[in-house]
Design a protein around this ligand. Structure first.
Ligand SMILES: *Cc1c(COP(=O)(O)O)cnc(C)c1O
Length: 305
């Protein structure tokens, strides 16, 4: 158990990765291994949850949040709440299936109470009456928006930068869905030379900049670029090429990736390196945002790790 919310107790590792391609381009590439910070609480989700958890500990309230059947956000919430002795309820999109996903079984194991609701109702979860219903049913609670997309989520994600801010870095690469994590990283950077590259895990992201500005509550004052072409068919979709890349990546660097987020980001980063996107001497950091539990939904033997 991590004592309270002490970030100094987390295990933070950087991997410097090198191969012929990287050396030939005269760039440096490192990976911030948020997937390894703790045996159970891993990835960017823990940071997005940070201030919500702190509030729950202080007020002794329970936590309610939302997600789908394979949600990294639900597993992260469930294990963090178990660690800190917080009661939690996961509202799950869709009727209860006969066979629960490994993700939901894990959440139950961690002590999360699951509440299944229809997709139609789920889509209306931000409406006021829905929240009144939740309070009527579960009592006083702290509500964490889906994916942590909120001001508090951004402030929590900004904590990630404590682990690399002392290094000189030109590019910060991050996989994005709600963009909460990337927004936090952007907001915490004091360096105007730093460039932020977001690799979309979803098919198209037309409102990308607006979403970030909305949540930061200010115009973007940093160099931010969105890459939309590395989704491999869309959210949580995969191809043989992606899985092959993830296996080769693991073989070369001993870094496991997940097929929904980090595998696609690393594929994108390598594609950009190949295309000479990064000038010589560039120092590139890739954020490993975790999410490895998602790979359990792949057929066995798809991956070599
Ligand atoms: C949720 C998730 C993301 C996306 O984070 P956002 O803050 O929603 O953009 C990226 N990587 C992993 C592994 C995730 O689980």
């Amino acid at each position: 158990m991590i004592e309270r919310l002490d970030l100094k107790k987390l295990n933070v590792e950087f991997d410097i990765i090198e191969n012929e391609l990287i050396l030939s381009k005269k760039i440096s590439v490192s990976i911030l291994r948020l997937d390894k910070i703790h045996t159970e609480i891993s990835g960017n989700k823990f940071f997005k949850l940070y201030y919500f958890l702190e509030q729950a500990i202080q007020t002794k309230k329970k936590v309610i949040t939302f997600g789908g059947a394979f949600s990294n956000h639900l597993t992260a919430t469930a294990s963090a709440c178990k660690n800190y002795g917080i009661k939690c309820i996961g509202v799950v999109r869709g009727e209860e299936p006969k066979k629960l996903s490994h993700t939901l079984l894990f959440c139950i194991e961690q002590g999360m109470q699951l509440e299944f609701i229809s997709r139609e109702k789920y889509n209306r979860k931000n409406e006021e009456y829905f929240q009144i219903d939740l309070t009527a049913k579960f009592g006083d609670h702290i509500l964490i928006p889906e994916g942590g997309y909120s001001k508090d989520g951004v402030t929590g994600a900004a904590l990630i930068s404590n682990f690399y801010q002392q290094k000189k870095l030109d590019y910060i690469c991050c996989s994005i869905a709600t963009s909460t994590t990337l927004a936090g990283l952007i907001n915490s950077s004091p360096f105007h030379y730093q460039k932020f590259l977001g690799f979309s895990a979803i098919k198209s992201y037309p409102d990308f900049k607006n979403r970030i500005q909305y949540i930061l509550e200010k115009p973007l004052d940093k160099n931010v670029t969105l890459f939309e072409e590395y989704h491999f068919g869309g959210y949580a979709k995969k191809t043989h090429e992606l899985l092959l890349f993830m296996n080769q990546f693991y073989e070369a660097f001993a870094v496991p990736t997940d097929f929904v987020y980090t595998g696609k980001m690393m594929f994108g980063v390598f594609d950009l390196i190949n295309k000479n996107y990064f000038p010589r001497e560039s120092r590139i950091l890739c954020i490993h945002t975790g999410g490895l539990q998602g790979n359990l939904s792949l057929p066995t033997n798809s991956l070599n790790f």
